[in-house]
Structure formats: structure tokens, C-alpha cells
Design a protein around this ligand. Structure first.
Ligand code: ATP
Length: 426
């Protein structure tokens, strides 16, 4: 059977993954062996999320009614039901799981509570929603998710009573864990920006979490880290770091709240606005799209600032309020800049000046005229390839480049007709 749970936390505390880790222990203590513990991230733009829009699924062997009752009691014990925005959902299904398409929509788009209930009924699942029952969406999505591609996260929790205290995690051991296990683990620290990424600052039970490609790598990294005494620990299989939220899109046909991969040509010079946010426009036809690199993405903004009209790129990010919030870009082609300037006078070698719009150039000294400017080409320093935001600004679902992406050899950059298919076969 599969048990799905979501929406148990609030900004003041708790975390659905912690509830999942406790539930695994309760189930096993009741003679229900657990074979899977999954952490499924859903659409990162959902307005109802508390933090990272996570839901959990537990795969176990045993009586579904007993599991339903144990899980329901635990939700009542641990969920922050007093918080208006906390609306837990619980689903337990047997052999028949809700369709994977429901999970895909929850990860890339929008679902309704009615849709979640309908999926439960069709799968013959036991379900319960507390308060407005919105958590049923995440709970159903978690049990329905296919996880064709997965990564691991090792989560270490402190006692809930310590939630207001500052976390004690030794920074040197975090740096050592990163050094010894990167790129098989990622987002432990953001060395370039001197930020510890894996230790949250919110008042929840998570002490730290290590993300990586397999259970072995995250366990190895975890055991290199020294910290205050943890309460419990759990290893999750997850869709984090897989780009599962990204769908193919084209400018002019984007839906607010979805996340896209879009190939296009840069049409304007990048601009740095108030607060250091950088914007640039791209187009893949008639329509234009503004892409944003906000201040928290730090050095990634330098890549966006280095773009120029005519560059061909692939942009990835979430579309909100008419702009694409960039997570990463692939530079396909950044040709030398073509700069037109006034020519030198062929008679007296002085720099000529413009003779007016479309009137060519004129020498102020000898009156010589020339019709065309001189063209010079300025080499670019922007190399083709993928560039991403730093770990401190990365979305949970975004696939880090350290997981591998195809390099772009020079000889194919100019001949590929559909670059997205070529470089990004999902
Ligand atoms: P928690 O740790 O409790 O899971 P969170 O940051 O993951 O916190 P939630 O508190 O679970 O966020 O709130 C997200 C809410 O949005 C849940 O009720 C979930 O069912 C719902 N939700 C998630 N994805 C979608 C979606 N694609 N469409 C509609 N509702 C969604």
C-alpha cells in the first residue's frame, strides 16, 4: 500500500517530512514494514505552499485500515491544525494507485481538491481531508508520482521542543562533506557566496538535509557532519534536482504559474534595474518574453548581463506575472558583436561624422563623403553551454548542472535545427 500526506506544517513550525519520518517508526512498531519513503516536490509557484511545496508518500506492507488510523492519529497529534493555512490531507491506497498524470499536473501545473477526491474514489483509496482538505492534492500526488528519475535526501531532525533555538551544525564538517562528496551530493554549501545551504533558518524540526544522487552518497556525506544531538533521521527518495517541473514552452503561449524550457533569440540588451535585478528579452517568433535574473541569484546575473541581441539561448524558469524567473540558461550561440562606426576620411585620415539619417558620412575638414560605416567585430567572452543560479538560490526541483548536462561542441551549435531536443532530451 501507499500512504500519502501533505499540508501539516505552518510558518511557525512542523514539517510534513518530519511527520513522515515519525510515521515510519510508528508503522514499523505496529508490525507494518515500510519499504519506501518518498519526498515529492510539487509546483514551486503554488500560492498555498508554506515553504518548499513538499508532500510525502510511504510504501508499506500491511493492513490499509490500520495504517490509515495510525497516520490519521499522527496528523492530529503533530499537524499545526490551529494555523488557518494548514489543511492536512491523508490518502491510503492499495494495489491501485491514482494515475501518474495527476502527479504530473500537480508538479507542473494546478489541481483541485475535487480532482484529488475523484482520483481517490476511482482508485478505491481511503482518504481524509482536515479543514478545507487542500492537503489531499499533495497527498494524492505523492502516492501517484512515478519517480522515473529520482535523487536522495538525507534529513536529520532535532526535537520539536528545540524549534526556536539556533541550530548547532559544525560548519567545517559541512565544508568537508561538500569537498569529499560533491558532485555526488550538492547544495550543502554555496562556497562562492559563503552560505550554508543545507541548514534551514525556519522554526521547524529540520536540523540539516543532504541532497545527492543516491542513498549511499548522501549517507556518506551525512556521516561526515557533526552537530547537536539529532532526534531522528530519515532517508528519502525524491524528485528533487530532476527538473520535473519544467515543460516545453514558446513565447506568447505561456500560462501563469507553470515552469518552462524555452529556446529563443535575445532581442534587447540586458538591463539592470532597481535592487540589482537584471532583465533581458527573448523571442522565438512574433512574441517577446522578459526573462528576469533577480538579485538573489548573485553571480548568475553576470551571465545574463553579458548577453547581446542576436544570441541564441535556452531559458528555464517559472512564468509569473508576464516574466520568466530564470533558473538556468544554455547559451547556444553568442556571435561576435557587429559594431558600426564612422569611417576614417580616405583623403585626410580624420574620423568622419554622420551626415544625417541615411545620408552616410562626411569629412568636416575636406568635405569628402562616404556612404557606409566601417564595421568591426568584437569577440565575446560568453562561452556556449549551461549556466545556473547558485545553490543558495536554487529551487528544490531544479536539476543542478553537477548532475551532468550535455556539452555543446562547436561544430554542432550552428547546425542543430531544434536545439532544445538536442541538448535537453528529458
Ligand atoms: P509542508 O511541509 O507542510 O508540506 P509546504 O511548503 O510543502 O509545507 P503546504 O503547507 O503543503 O506547503 O501547502 C501547499 C498546499 O498546496 C497543499 O495543500 C497542497 O495540497 C497544495 N498544492 C500543492 N501543489 C498543488 C497544485 N499543483 N495545485 C493545487 N494545489 C496544490
Amino acid at each position: 500500500m501507499w500512504i500519502g500526506i501533505d499540508d501539516t506544517d505552518s510558518p511557525e513550525g512542523m514539517c510534513t517530512t518530519y511527520l513522515g519520518a515519525v510515521l515510519v517508526r510508528r508503522l514499523e512498531a505496529s508490525g507494518i514494514p515500510v519499504h519506501s519513503l518518498r519526498l515529492i516536490r510539487l509546483n514551486p509557484t503554488i500560492i498555498w505552499k508554506t515553504r518548499g511545496n513538499a508532500a510525502i508518500a510511504i510504501g508499506a506492507e500491511g493492513d490499509p485500515d490500520t495504517a490509515f488510523s495510525i497516520a490519521g492519529s499522527l496528523i492530529e497529534e503533530l499537524a499545526d491544525l490551529a494555523c488557518e493555512r494548514t489543511n492536512p490531507g491523508l490518502v491510503v491506497c492499495g494495489d491501485r494507485r491514482p494515475p501518474a498524470a495527476f502527479a504530473e499536473e500537480a508538479i507542473t501545473g494546478f489541481c483541485t481538491i475535487e480532482g484529488a477526491i475523484d482520483a481517490c474514489i476511482k482508485a478505491g483509496a481511503r482518504y481524509r481531508g482536515w479543514k478545507n482538505g487542500r492537503g489531499l492534492i499533495g497527498a494524492v500526488a505523492a502516492v501517484a508520482a512515478d519517480l522515473t528519475e529520482s535523487t536522495s535526501e538525507y534529513l536529520v531532525y532535532r526535537d520539536v521542543s528545540r524549534r526556536e533555538r539556533e541550530r548547532i551544525v559544525d560548519a567545517e564538517t559541512l565544508a568537508r562533506a561538500e569537498e569529499m562528496t560533491f558532485p555526488h551530493t550538492w547544495d550543502t554549501v554555496d562556497a562562492a557566496n559563503n552560505v550554508v545551504v543545507c541548514v534551514p533558518h525556519t522554526p521547524d524540526p529540520v536540523l540539516f538535509g543532504i541532497r545527492g544522487e543516491s542513498p549511499v552518497w548522501v549517507s556518506l556525506a551525512r556521516h561526515l557532519i557533526e552537530s547537536e544531538e539529532p532526534a531522528i533521521e530519515a532517508l528519502f527518495e525524491t524528485n528533487q534536482g530532476t527538473d520535473a517541473h519544467l515543460i516545453r514552452g514558446s513565447t506568447g503561449r505561456l500560462e501563469d504559474g507553470r515552469s518552462y524550457i524555452i529556446a529563443g533569440t535575445v532581442t534587447t540588451s540586458p538591463k539592470t534595474g532597481i535592487g540589482g535585478h537584471v532583465s533581458v528579452r527573448i523571442s522565438d517568433g512574433e512574441n517577446h518574453l522578459t526573462c528576469m535574473a533577480y538579485e538573489p541569484v548573485k553571480g548568475f546575473r553576470e551571465i545574463i548581463r553579458a548577453l547581446a541581441p542576436g544570441d541564441r539561448i535556452v531559458a528555464c524558469g517559472s512564468y509569473r506575472n508576464t516574466t520568466l524567473n530564470l533558473e538556468k540558461v544554455c547559451i547556444l550561440d553568442a556571435p561576435p558583436l557587429r559594431i558600426a562606426g564612422a569611417p576614417l576620411c580616405p583623403s585626410c585620415a580624420k574620423r568622419m561624422t554622420s551626415a544625417g539619417a541615411k545620408k552616410g558620412y562626411k569629412c568636416r575638414r575636406c568635405g569628402e563623403r562616404l556612404p557606409d560605416p566601417v564595421i568591426r567585430f568584437e569577440e565575446r567572452h560568453l562561452l556556449p553551454g549551461w549556466y545556473e543560479v547558485p545553490p543558495s538560490a536554487r529551487r528544490h526541483l531544479a536539476r543542478p548542472l553537477c548532475r551532468g548536462s550535455l556539452a555543446l561542441p562547436d561544430d554542432v551549435v550552428n547546425v542543430i535545427s531544434d536545439p532544445v531536443d538536442w541538448i535537453y532530451s528529458k
